[in-house]
Ligand binder design. Sequence first.
Ligand code: GAR
Length: 195
Amino acid sequence: MRFGILASGSGSNMEAIAQAIDGQGLKGEIGIVIYNEPGAYVQHRAAVRRIPVVHLNHRDFGSREALDHQLMKVLNAHGVDLVLMAGWMRVVTPVLIDGFPERILNIHPSLLPSFRGMHAIQQALDYGVKITGCTVHVVVPDVDAGRILAQAAVPILPDDTPHSLRLRIQSQEHRIYPEAIADYQQHLSQSHVLS
Ligand code: GAR
């Protein structure tokens, strides 16, 4: 199975997925990493691993749909079977979702359905919840509303800052995302057999 990773930032989740492939906990290969923010560190991580990288700056596109059409072209050109959003900070449209039905996963830094959308960690701190976490889910047109595949809880400590909390959430993300992808591969292969 070929994975296409969409990222906007540091790429620590991409790295966790690549390490799970190295360690054989996850079968498949990363066929392409696409990032949108100029200078995003994920491009260095991918280059070190000699994974092909494409930069698509969303500011160069007139609409979300136009960006998603280009994403489709790049993902298809690299033979991608499963799209993994790993810190992709753009809302995706039915152009992409219908192009990869049930084949796009996302990792989100909260216990969904709480704190959907942007700034989930700050939202949790502002609300004053005592437990937050992270969620792997299937991507649907409604933001962060798709079927939940895996979650991990992270307690919020009295002296937590957005940075300290992000680090603890991300260490859980790096554990549950590769596991959830492997489980989802099983699910896909079984539904293929049954259909
Ligand atoms: C991750 O913590 C992920 O949960 C979050 O972006 C971070 C990317 O980190 N995603 C969202 O907030 C999506 N709404 P990374 O680039 O180091 O993987």
